[in-house]
Design a protein around this ligand. Structure first.
Ligand SMILES: Cc1cc2nc3c(=O)[nH]c(=O)nc-3n(C[C@H](O)[C@H](O)[C@H](O)COP(=O)(O)O)c2cc1C
Length: 186
């Protein structure tokens, strides 16, 4: 018997929560799309750091000097994709992104970042800067100055589960607290 739309939505959030908590989960790494300044889509992999289903917020971390931060400042509407090959499940999320570079939530995220991972924010030059050679060890004395938190507030979710002869798709759109939910032709 098919799950109800409410059950599907709950299972989608549960999957994202598990993915953020488990480094080996296939959806721990998701793909984040932003609109470039020229209108072209830009896509990259990012680690899903935390999920708050009640607030509908996903947390990501990045270098504040990266292109995605500039793009979000100009166009906060972003999209995110997760694919779980074990469940043969695709989640497509749309929403608005906000970049934090200070404040309690930013501070807590930085303090929770393992020392071994802080080097990811310690390059002297911004990510994507042309370089004449592979980079040396990180040297920025204050990597936290480069650290940014991205909070994505979800306002739409497209759920697609593949099964032989029985693909299922559902859509959820929020304009207030409760989503408009519907089955969709897969
Ligand atoms: C498996 C994987 C995980 C990654 N996780 C992150 C991440 O959590 N945050 C991040 O900013 N970049 C991450 N990256 C690097 C991005 O994909 C991207 O190369 C970088 O952020 C620069 O993107 P931008 O120039 O579009 O801003 C990851 C790459 C891979 C392959």
């Amino acid at each position: 018997m098919d799950a109800t739309l409410a059950e599907i939505l709950a299972s989608a959030w549960a999957l994202l929560v598990r993915a953020a908590a488990d480094p080996r989960h296939p959806c721990r790494v998701v793909q984040l799309a932003t609109a470039g300044r020229d209108g072209a889509p830009h896509l990259r992999s990012v680690v899903l750091r935390d999920v708050d289903p009640a607030a509908r917020v996903l947390r990501l971390h990045t270098d504040r000097r990266s292109a995605k931060v500039t793009e979000i400042a100009a166009e906060p509407r972003v999209a995110l994709l997760a694919w779980d090959p074990r469940a043969r499940l695709q989640l497509r999320v749309g929403g608005r992104a906000e970049v934090l570079t200070h404040g309690p939530a930013w501070q807590a995220a930085w303090e929770a970042t393992p020392v071994g991972s802080r080097g990811d924010y310690a390059q002297l030059d911004p990510p994507g800067t042309p370089a004449t050679a592979p980079l040396d060890a990180p040297r920025h004395p204050e990597p936290e100055r480069n650290f940014a938190v991205i909070l994505l507030t979800v306002d739409r979710l497209d759920w697609l589960r593949l099964a032989p002869g029985a693909h299922r798709r559902a859509g959820f759109v929020w304009s207030g607290d409760l989503p408009r939910a519907t089955w969709l032709v897969p």
